[in-house]
Design a protein around this ligand. Structure first.
Ligand SMILES: [Zn+2]
Length: 95
């Protein structure tokens, strides 16, 4: 019962975009968050990547953060993030 609750914050490296431009101006997946755009932050302010296995558990939170971010930047397009793909791949016998 001693597990501390981690927060999820916007990735500082890509600001939630999930991708960055490298030195050549090429768009590549953000290395820091693994293309998610968000990372865990623990009590010591240490950021860690959200493991793929956690996507289904944090999808609702990520979705909310993403909507906030899109409102902020006025983005109306569609960007499929890894956690959304993970949900679609979820087996049906989960319930
Ligand atoms: Zn990132």
């Amino acid at each position: 019962m001693s597990e501390k609750k981690k927060r999820i914050i916007r990735c500082l490296s890509c600001s939630g975009y999930a991708w960055i431009e490298d030195d050549d101006g090429q768009v590549v997946d953000c290395d820091w968050c693994g293309g998610v755009g968000y990372v865990y932050r623990d009590e010591k302010d240490v950021d860690t990547r959200i493991p793929e296995a956690d996507y289904p558990h944090v999808a609702d939170i990520l979705e909310k953060l993403e909507m906030e971010r899109m409102r902020e930047i006025g983005y109306t397009g569609e960007a499929k993030k890894p956690w959304e793909q993970a949900i679609r791949q979820r087996p049906k016998d989960d319930d």
